[in-house]
Design a protein around this ligand. Structure first.
Ligand SMILES: Cc1ncc(COP(=O)(O)OP(=O)(O)O)c(N)n1
Ligand SMILES: Cc1nc(C(=O)O)sc1CCOP(=O)(O)O
Ligand SMILES: [Mg+2]
Length: 519
C-alpha cells in the first residue's frame, strides 16, 4: 500500500478552503459546510455561483464574475496571513460554472502557494446536475482539465461526469476501470469514481479508486428507501478533503469519507420534500465510525465472490509469539503458549531452500499435533495448506499473490496484517479469521514505513471491530506495554523480541501469560 499511516498523528485544528456554488435546498457549499462543522474543523468558503434548485431540478443559475471570486480568494489569503490562522491543509473545489472562474481559482491557488501554503487539492468536477442541467458551460471542460486537474490530489467525478470527461461509455465495471485510468492520464494524482449512480439495483454502492500505485473498489451498503439524498456527492468529496487536511493518506481519507457518506445516508431525513444527509456530531479523532458504515475494499470487481474462511475457535488469541524455528515453537508451547506463528523469511542473506521450508513447516505442524495449539504459518500459504496448519498469516502485499479461495477451501484460518483504515477495509472484504493491528510501538524487528499507532489507536480499533474478528496487536510489545494494552480490550498481543531476545525466555513467557490472563 502507498500509505504512511497517521492514525495516531491526526490533526484537528487545520483549516480547509471550500470553493463552490450555493444550493438553497442543501447540496453544494451548504452541504460542504455541514460536513466540516460535523467534524469540528474550520472552513473558509468562496462562492463561485448561486444556484436555485431542488430535487425537481435547477431553475436558475448565476455564475459570479471572476473578479468577485478572485477578491474572495484574496480575502482568504489575508485571513491566513494572521498569526492565529490555522494552517490551510486542504482545498475542495466544487462547482465553478465557467472558464473565467476556473482561471480565477487557478490564480488564487498560485497566490496561496506563493505565500507558502501547500494544501492538498480535491476537485469535485461539477458539470451536470442530477436533473440533467449543465452546471459548467460546455466549452469550459477543457479549461477545467488543463488548468486545475494537474493540481489535484484527487478528482471525484460521478458516473455521468466520468463519461462526459472521457467521452467513454461507463456501463460496466470494466468500462469504469478503463475510463478512470484514462482520466488519470489528465495529470491528477488519483481519481475516485463516485458510484452512487452505478448499478442502482444492486444492494451495494461501489466506488472505484485509481492512482499510479493503487487501484481498488470500495463497497458500501445501499439504502434503497433513501432515494436521491441531496448533496451526497458533495459530502463525499468534502469528507475526503477533511480527512486529507487531518493528515490521512489519500486512500485512508477516501475510506473514512465513504463511512461518512454511508452514515449520512443511513441517518438521512426527508425535509421539505427531499432527503437530507445527516451526519450528527462526529469525533475528529475517529470520525465516530460505526462498523455498519465501514466499506469493504477489493482490487477485484465489486461482484467478485468473497472467500469464506474458517473462524478461530476464540476471539481472544492471548499471548502470541512470532518465532523463526521449529525449536522455538516447541520450547514455547512447552511453556503454555497456545497461539504461535512460524515466520521463516526468505528475504535474508541466507534464505532457506524450498526443501528446508517444507521440512520446517511439516515439523512445526507435527510438534503441535494433538496439543490444541493454534499454529499460524507466515507467508508460505501453500506449504501451510499442504501440511494442514491451523492457520496462515499474510501481510497486505502477500494477499495479492496468495489464493485466498484455496486457503478457505482447505479449511485453513487466515490472519491478515493491517496498518490503516484502507488495510482494514481490504481485510474486511476478505473476512479473515483474525486481524492484526500494527505497529503499536516502534519495532526493531522489521523496517516499517508506518508511524507507531499507540494504545489510544488500539482502543479505537477495538471499538470499531470488537466482536467482528479476533484482534491482535503487534510491534514493540513487551511486558509493560502488554499491561497497558490490556485495558484497550484487545484479545491478543504478538511479539518477537520480548520473548525470543529475553534473557530468560521461560520467565518472560510465564510473566506475559500471567499478566494477560489475570482477570
Ligand atoms: C500477528 C502478526 N501480525 C503482523 C505480522 C506482519 O506480517 P507481514 O505484514 O506479512 O510481515 P512479515 O511478518 O511477513 O514480515 C505478523 N507476521 N504477525
Ligand atoms: C513482523 C511485524 N509486523 C508488524 C506489523 O506492524 O505488521 S510489527 C512486526 C515486528 C514485531 O516484532 P517485535 O515484537 O520484536 O517488535
Ligand atoms: Mg508476510
Amino acid at each position: 500500500m502507498n500509505n504512511v499511516i497517521s492514525v495516531s498523528k491526526i490533526q484537528t485544528t487545520e483549516s480547509i478552503l471550500l470553493i463552490g456554488g450555493t444550493d438553497p435546498s442543501g447540496a453544494g457549499l451548504q452541504s460542504d459546510l455541514r460536513v466540516v462543522h460535523a467534524l469540528g474543523l474550520h472552513a473558509y468558503s468562496v462562492t463561485s455561483a448561486v444556484t436555485a434548485q431542488h430535487n425537481t431540478g435547477v431553475s436558475d443559475l448565476g455564475v459570479l464574475n471572476a473578479a468577485h471570486v478572485k477578491a474572495q480568494l484574496v480575502s482568504v489569503q489575508k485571513a491566513l496571513s494572521n498569526v492565529d490562522a490555522r494552517p490551510l491543509a486542504a482545498i475542495k473545489i466544487g462547482m465553478l460554472g465557467d472558464e473565467y472562474v476556473i482561471n480565477a481559482v487557478r490564480e488564487g491557488i498560485e497566490l496561496l502557494r506563493k505565500e507558502g501554503h501547500a494544501p492538498r487539492i480535491i476537485i469535485d468536477p461539477v458539470i451536470v446536475a442530477s436533473s440533467g442541467e449543465r452546471l459548467l458551460t460546455a466549452d469550459s471542460e477543457i479549461a477545467l482539465m488543463s488548468k486545475l486537474f494537474p493540481l489535484a490530489d484527487v478528482i471525484t467525478p460521478n458516473l455521468d461526469e466520468l463519461a462526459q470527461l472521457t467521452q467513454m461509455s461507463v456501463d460496466t465495471t470494466r468500462d469504469i476501470e478503463r475510463a478512470t485510468h484514462c482520466l488519470l492520464a489528465s495529470g491528477a494524482r488519483s481519481i475516485l469514481l463516485k458510484g452512487g449512480h452505478f448499478d442502482v439495483e444492486s444492494e451495494q454502492s461501489s466506488d472505484y479508486f485509481s492512482s499510479e500505485k493503487l487501484n481498488f473498489w470500495l463497497i458500501g451498503k445501499r439504502w434503497p428507501d433513501r432515494e436521491n439524498v441531496r448533496g451526497t456527492g458533495c459530502l463525499f468529496a468534502t469528507a475526503i478533503t477533511c480527512a486529507s487536511a487531518q493528515g490521512y493518506a489519500i486512500a485512508d481519507a477516501i475510506v473514512l469519507a465513504k463511512t461518512a457518506v454511508s452514515r449520512g445516508i443511513r441517518q438521512a431525513e426527508s425535509i421539505g420534500g427531499a432527503y437530507q444527509a445527516r451526519l450528527g456530531d462526529m469525533s475528529p479523532h475517529d470520525w465516530s465510525v460505526d462498523y455498519q458504515d465501514f466499506p469493504l475494499m477489493t482490487p477485484e470487481a465489486p461482484d467478485a465472490k468473497r472467500p469464506v474462511l474458517a473462524r478461530c475457535d476464540t476471539l481472544r488469541l492471548g499471548i502470541y509469539p512470532v518465532v523463526d524455528s521449529v525449536e522455538w515453537v516447541e520450547k514455547l508451547i512447552n511453556e503454555g503458549i497456545q497461539t504461535i506463528q512460524l515466520r521463516l523469511k526468505t528475504d535474508t542473506d541466507t534464505p532457506p531452500t524450498f526443501e528446508e521450508l517444507d521440512t520446517q513447516i511439516e515439523a512445526a505442524v507435527e510438534v503441535c499435533r494433538g496439543r490444541d495449539i493454534r499454529l499460524f504459518i507466515n507467508d508460505h500459504w501453500e506449504l501451510a495448506i499442504k501440511h494442514g496448519a491451523y492457520g496462515i498469516h499474510l501481510g497486505q502485499e502477500d494477499l495479492y499473490d496468495a489464493d485466498i479461495h484455496a486457503i478457505a477451501e482447505a479449511g485453513c484460518r487466515l490472519g491478515v496484517s493491517t496498518h490503516s483504515y484502507t488495510e482494514v477495509a481490504r481485510a474486511s472484504w476478505i473476512n479473515p479469521s483474525y486481524i492484526a493491528l500494527g505497529p503499536i510501538y516502534a519495532t526493531t524487528s522489521k523496517d516499517m514505513p508506518w508511524v507507531p499507532q499507540g494504545v489510544a489507536a488500539v482502543k479505537r480499533w477495538v471499538d470499531l471491530l470488537k466482536g467482528e474478528y479476533p484482534l491482535v496487536a503487534i510491534g514493540g510489545i513487551n511486558l509493560e506495554r502488554a499491561k497497558a494494552l490490556k485495558s484497550s480490550g484487545i484479545g491478543s498481543v504478538a511479539m518477537i523480541t520480548a520473548i525470543t531476545k529475553a534473557e530468560d525466555y521461560r520467565a518472560a513467557t510465564k510473566k506475559l501469560i500471567e499478566v494477560w490472563e489475570k482477570e
